[in-house]
Structures are given as structure tokens and as C-alpha cells.
Write a protein that binds this ligand. Sequence first.
Ligand code: HEM
Length: 395
Amino acid sequence: MSPPAARTLAAWELRVHLGAHPVLYPLIRGLGYLRPVQRIPGLGILVSEAGLLREVLMDNERFVKHGPSASGGLWTPVVGPKALLNMDGAEHHDMRRLLSGVFTARAVAGIVEPAAARLRGHLAREVPAGRRVDLVAAVKELSGGVIARILGLADDAPGRLPDRDLFDIGTSITSQVRLGRHALTAPQIAKARTAVGLLAGPARAAYREGNGGTFPGRLRELGMTEEEALGVVSAFVIVGTETLVSFIPRIVALLHDAGLVPELATDRSALPAAVNEGLRYTVPSPMMLRDAVAPGTLGGVRFRPGDRLLLSTVHAAKSLGGFDPARQVPGHARQLWFGAGAHFCIGMPLAMAQINSTLESLLELYAQQPWRIAARKVKRRVLIPGYDTLELARA
Ligand code: HEM
């Protein structure tokens, strides 16, 4: 990559982070360089080094996710106690085991492909005709289409909401969370419960129908109760939307800014490494939270039961260096952006299918009709950093 391209790329990524967290981002990165573990009064214990992050994530005896100030606990009043991301121990392990066969390649294709085909068609129609396409809006549609399938809604289901509306309902649940806030307020819980209620209707109907071709029907076949299946469906809608709407436009911007698109359009062999490096460099889920339930020492800092740990994935991953698809990531940091241990991202196959299908469509299009980024705007004051708009136009 040429030095000017590297500078443009890094400048946009920095703007994305600063747009979301103008004070916290520089603070957390600065503190990360200062010490691997440190107590921040009023916030918790900040952990910034990849090996120590992994140590916490792998230790389910001393650190839990369902505690009152860890992220899992935040969701319990909204989605109930059995939503995977707020469970720990044997119960969580049993549910993960039940779900282990749920994302076969065929099942993932069934969930992603209908919406991916709509996105492909949209790009192929609009860009060659000289019209701009906002990739952020397009990925929101994709994500809404995936939500529809997770709820068990067929494309032609009577009264089915449009993809964009489904996305907006999903995002109205997550958009209320802010870093540093330990719990949702009563009005936020009420708003989020209304949204979950809207989505639960079709999922419950699909579960009761018991057709294994739908996602809720498959959960029933696996032996889940209705309450468990609805918890899992809600978890997938909550966790799976914002991260992808953040990441997909950002990886497209990275590949574009690095000047890699023309080469990838004719030869895809370097694409998997570039996507993986893009995940490391952008860290779509920048922070994980845990509650300590036993005393101990981490990186020389003592912790007590009740302490909140802020796991700074964003520093642990980004401090390895600038965007470089040829990078060899050290073992202890590998895939840390998808977590580690018991709570490792269960939606990764679904995420990768949406990422890869969108990139394939864009590269296929580029081979026919080269495009460029014509305009972009970063999001301001949001939990998950990203672009607000990323407009593609005929080159
Ligand atoms: C680029 C996209 C994504 C990234 C970077 C990402 C990242 C993560 C991370 C870091 C965790 C672990 C959190 C923790 O340990 O506290 C996680 C968990 C989870 N992810 Fe993802 N995720 C992505 C996409 C998705 C998608 C598309 C879905 C589902 C549709 C999903 C569903 C989940 C669920 C349900 C969990 C909780 C698992 C558990 O607690 O057992 N994720 N994800």
C-alpha cells in the first residue's frame, strides 16, 4: 500500500472512532498504552492486553457475564433470563451445545441468501445506471432480511414488514445502550420490550408451527422450550445487527482506500486474509464486560467480587499495528474480535456469510462496472462506531 493510501485509510478509521467516542476513544487507547491492567475509579478495571483479555474470557469461575454490571445483565429485563448472552455456567454450556448444529452451511445460506440476492440486484441495477448507492442503507436492508429469516418469516408471509422496518425495530433495542451505563432506565426497558414484543409474535408462531425449515422451528426440533427459543431469537437480533452494519461498510472503505479493489475484483485469493485483518483493525465490537465473582490478581492488579472488568478489545487488537492484510496475528490475539471461550460469537458463520456475500457482489460488480466511494459521513455519539452513509458511485 502506498504511504498516502495508508494515511487516508488510517485517517478515516480514526474519524469513525472519534465520531462515536470523541473523549473515551483517545482515553481508552492512551490508558491502554500506559498499563495492561488498571483500575479506573467509577468505571471498573480496564484490561487492554490481548493475552490478559483471553485469560479473563477463558476463566468462567472468576468472571461472569450475567452479573448486574456486565453486558449480559443489562439485557435480562428486556429479553428474560435465558437469552444466551446473559447466561453462564452449566445452563449456558447446555444451550450452546444444543445450538452447535444450528448454523450448518445450508442453514446459513437459507437465512442469508434471499436478502443477499436482493442486495446484489440493487447494486447491479443502480450503480451502472449512474445512481449512487448508500452502502450503509443497503446493509441495513440486508440485516433486516436476515432478521426476517431468524424470526421464521418467509419473504411472502402475509403482513410481513419490509426489511428496513425489521432492521429499525431491531436497532431500536440496541441503540439505547451507552458505554459506562450499568443498566437501562425504566423507559428504555419499556421501549425495548415493545420492540422485542413486535418481533416475538412471528417467532412464536413459527415455533408453534414447528416447521424445521424455519429458524424458530429448528430450535424447537433441537429440544428448546418456547421461552428458550424466543430468548435465543432475541439475542440474535440484539447482537447481530449493529456490528455488521458497522463492519461491512468499513471493510469496503478499507479495501477501497488501500487500493485493493481492482486486484480483488479479478483474483479473490487475498480476500479472506483482508477480511480477517479488517476485523482486527476495525474491532466492530470494541469492548466486552465481565463481573468478577471471586478475588484474585490480574496483570498485577487486585480485584474483588463485584468489580466490573472492561475488556478493551479495541486496544488489544488495534495496538498490534496498522491495516496490513499480510499480518500474522499472534496466537493469543487471534479472532479476539469475536471473543473467546464460552461466549465466543455464535453468530460468526452468519456474520461471515453476510460479509462475504456483500463483498462478492461488490467485486463482481466492479469487474463489470468499476465504482468508487463518492461521499461518506461517520456516525456521531453512538455505541458501535461506523459510517452513517457510504455512497458508492460509478467510477
Ligand atoms: C462482525 C460481526 C460480529 C462481531 C465482531 C461479533 C462479535 C462478538 C463478540 C466479541 C462476542 C462475545 C461477547 C462477550 O464475550 O462478551 C459475540 C457474542 C455473540 N454474538 Fe457476535 N459478533 C458479530 C456478529 C454476530 C451476528 C451476525 C450474530 C447473530 C445473528 C451474533 C450473535 C452473537 C451472540 C448470540 C453472542 C452471544 C454468545 C454467548 O453469549 O454465548 N454475532 N459476538
